[in-house]
Design a protein around this ligand. Structure first.
Ligand SMILES: Cc1ncc(COP(=O)(O)O)c(C=O)c1O
Length: 478
């Protein structure tokens, strides 16, 4: 009898062994275990687990936008279009989408870059956003931004002049980037965001990171997350101009992760594309990939997996290879594309769905603004906490001082101090947040990321729990 498995830790793709994704990491696993323990009646000092680890608004109780769900219902089951309960503009939308689907069914594959109609609507949305023309041919739809970001990063898997490729990413970052770079065997070149300066991107730091990475690698691309996750900053136009110039001077391809562009609270959002075009030649012909998803913004339909990337100024042969690689995966989910159609071309004044749509959308924006202000205020009143204002996205990323004795206790357990802190927080209050070490942070600083979009009472309960826990933690370890 053979004892060895065909595939083992020693002979498998070693890149996969390096992937870490804290947003669904060990603390979240422990939260699920605690939930099961509560169900079985194991006594706990709290009644329930509060999940604040993932930016999934519907999971936190946000109601789906009615217009989107009606379009989905009609597209999946066209018989419903006979019902007088479905508004006329929804019926019209569904008819137009189904006309673009093979044999009128969302169950049929679409073109690999997405339905023509949806790409046309997305191009209209982008043109209105930026005041710059957008073409459906530059748009590629995907099953979530994660899917598309991986496809674009795959383009860089190639040694250049004998040096391995590297990609610059912000720290703190959303760990999709570090995880995907690990998976693809691309080197990660970290640049630190400036916490003291509202998480701005400093040019000297970009230069430092580039020089350090360039010693033994070829830096190919620069990732920017704007609005920031986990950091919640919105870059100023001037900062974006500086970054574009830096990328131009260093021959870097820009990946602009702009998935939170509809989650804007207090500062205007400028897309990299708009700023590049406004800067004119030579910047307007730089290569750029900009990502937008339906998982975020007011739609927040994470589970339907729908997003697009706009690819600008790629060499035709590179673009063709990208398209070929996408075609191998068939196409993104067609129901997801229906969501994107609604996001890109929502109801307008005068259409039957407009009033309800506008009310629901305003409600989402109001909750985000309220929670962001409240999280910022509360965290800055907890001793040892500091938190920048949250201008966009849907997270708070407070910095916490962890007493030396607690750091020593963490080391004894082989844990990072903020991991230890978050685990204690979970065990004692049921609040599940993600340690800053899962996103990266300046050595010697500690943070955690929490989502902020819980219903008001739950949010208040979470804030009170965190405050109470921290004061007790300080008593124990100071
Ligand atoms: C910054 C950022 N980029 C990309 C994604 C991926 O989103 P999705 O794959 O759900 O579209 C997320 C999800 O949280 C994110 O926060």
């Amino acid at each position: 009898m053979k004892l060895e498995k065909c595939i083992t830790e020693a002979n498998m793709n070693q890149n996969l062994l390096n992937i870490q994704y804290a947003v669904r990491g060990p603390i979240v696993d422990r939260a699920a275990q605690i939930e099961r323990e509560i169900e079985k009646g194991v006594p706990k000092p709290f009644a329930r687990v509060v999940r604040a680890n993932i930016g999934d608004c519907h999971a936190l109780g946000q109601k789906p936008i009615t217009f989107i769900r009606q379009v989905l219902a009609g597209a999946a089951c066209p018989e419903l279009l006979g019902s007088s309960d479905i508004p006329e503009d929804v019926k019209e939308r569904v008819r137009r989408i189904l006309e673009d689907c093979t044999r009128g069914s969302v169950g049929a594959y679409s073109p690999s870059n997405g339905l023509q109609l949806v790409r046309q609507h997305v191009a209209g949305y982008l043109a209105a956003r930026d005041g710059v023309p957008a073409s459906p041919t530059a748009l590629h739809l995907g099953s979530g931004a994660s899917d598309l970001i991986k496809s674009v990063l795959t383009l860089f898997v190639a040694d250049v002049r004998g040096k391995p490729p590297a990609v610059m990413i912000p720290i703190p970052q959303y760990p999709l980037f570090s995880g995907t770079l690990s998976e693809l065997g691309l080197r990660q070149a970290n640049y630190y965001l400036d916490e003291e300066n509202h998480w701005a991107l400093q040019l000297e730091e970009l230069q430092r990171s580039w020089e350090q990475a360039s010693v033994d690698a070829h830096v190919r691309a620069l990732v920017v997350i704007n609005p920031g996750n986990p950091t919640g900053q919105v870059l100023t136009r001037k900062n974006i101009e500086e970054i574009i110039k830096f990328a131009y001077d260093h021959d870097l391809f820009i990946l602009a992760d702009e998935v939170y562009q509809e989650n804007i609270i207090s500062k205007p959002f400028y897309s990299f594309k708009k700023v590049m075009y406004d800067m004119g030649a030579p910047y307007s012909s730089m290569e750029l990939a900009s990502f937008v998803t339906c998982s975020k913004g007011w739609a927040a339909e994470c589970g339907l997996r729908s997003a697009f990337v706009e690819l600008l100024n790629l060499q035709p042969r590179v673009l063709a290879a990208f398209q070929a690689a996408r075609a191998v995966m068939q196409c993104p989910t067609v129901l997801g594309q229906c969501v994107l159609d609604c996001v890109a071309k929502p109801p307008v004044l005068g259409e039957q769905s407009y009033e309800q749509f506008a009310r629901e959308r305003r409600g989402v924006a109001r909750v985000l603004a309220e929670r962001a202000a409240s999280a910022h205020r509360t965290f800055n009143t907890i001793p040892g906490y500091s938190c920048n204002t949250i201008d966009g996205s849907m997270f708070a990323f407070p910095r916490i001082e962890i007493p030396a004795r607690a750091q020593a206790a963490a080391r004894e357990k082989g844990m990072a101090p903020d991991e230890f802190y978050c685990l204690r927080l979970l065990e004692e209050t049921g609040v599940c947040v993600v340690p800053g070490s899962g996103f990266g942070q300046r050595p010697g600083t500690f943070h955690f990321r929490t989502t902020i979009l819980h219903p008001r009472e739950e949010f208040q309960h979470m804030m009170d729990s965190i405050r109470g826990f921290h004061l007790q933690f300080l008593k124990t370890y100071s």
